[in-house]
Design a protein around this ligand. Sequence first.
Ligand code: GLU
Length: 404
Amino acid sequence: MQLGEAAKFLKLEPKLHKLLREPARIFKANLKIKLDNGKTKIFQAFRVQYNDARGPCKGGIRYHPEETLDTIKALAAWMTWKCAVVGIPYGGAKGGVVCNTKELSEKELERISRAYIRAFWKHLGPDQDVPAPDVYTSGKEMAWMLDEYEKIIGKKSPAMITGKPLALGGSLGRDSATGMGAVICIREAAKHLKIDLGKATAAVQGAGNVGGWTAKLLQQKFGTKIIAISDSKCAVYSEKGLDVEKVLAHKEKTGQLHNFPGTKCITNEQLLELKTDILVPAALENQITKDNAAKLKCKILAEAANGPATKDADAVLKKTKIFLIPDFLCNAGGVTVSYLEWVQNRTGYYWKLNEVNDKLDEVMTKAFWDVTNFAEKNKITMRVAAYVLAVQKVAEAMKLRGLA
Ligand code: GLU
């Protein structure tokens, strides 16, 4: 974990370093859910509150069949660094339920979402811990969760969860926020490297919320040629470039990317190794490993997913000329607009889309240059620079509180 390198750089007291290595609190529950066939099934659920020195804990809830407590812990740590690096006043958390959404009905998903809140509601709240969507969850689950929470506490509390549908107090621009944040980072990186995005190519791994929006916005805003995009099964590739809107509409309609006219189907591994200016891993963790890191041919690696490169891969990437936008900087747009949603909920005053997007742009652009300038000045990698800046802020808050 790069925390060690950051701790060394900052000469952190061992006591403080030790505290930062472990989550503050871990909650677990077995959710007993009635399935549509009348049987009951137990689903394991977690919430990890990593650190709350800078503010209430913040982070998404994932529904994934291979979810583990260890992954959730790592993701909760990243949320802590993510909020710190962009300077929004939150700590970090993450939650998860071990389940396969593809095998569950709407009603079953609703029961799981409501049961999650019944299990953990005491530890959640606008000033305690604020969940949000993550892998395989969206506004729909947030709505059920908000409703369950408000029923339990007996009053409205829209700021207890973010990523809500607009009708329940969600923010304009939240849906596209993570992709938009990644695109802002790519725009700044391209300026830095003097790459013309209008003439550049990009390959995007993942066609979910983050990958879909990143690809769409790169194409719409800058005319970047998107040569490939993938889902968990395959990647569609076209040297001439894809019409992202049409590809995503095809996926929406048929449930798959496969067979999109005029494209070739390649594997996710092949997508990562394409010759392209920009590569955006926007799917799951551990996609870039020591085995394929040396084969990447991109100029900018924009880590829109959480933890797409393993630590071993990082050691290889370090030796290449690839400009890395590290994950918890690159994908901080989502939580930044979550913060703007929380502010709107607490004040009861709602901004227009361009106001939200302008605020997001300001936060992301500043964070990008803070990290880039710090990395260059200190001759350290972008990832280590992001860690140092983030850890420094969390450590300072802990010291001020007398926690270390
Ligand atoms: N799940 C998103 C992330 O990993 C958003 C978290 C949030 O909005 O709290 O950054």
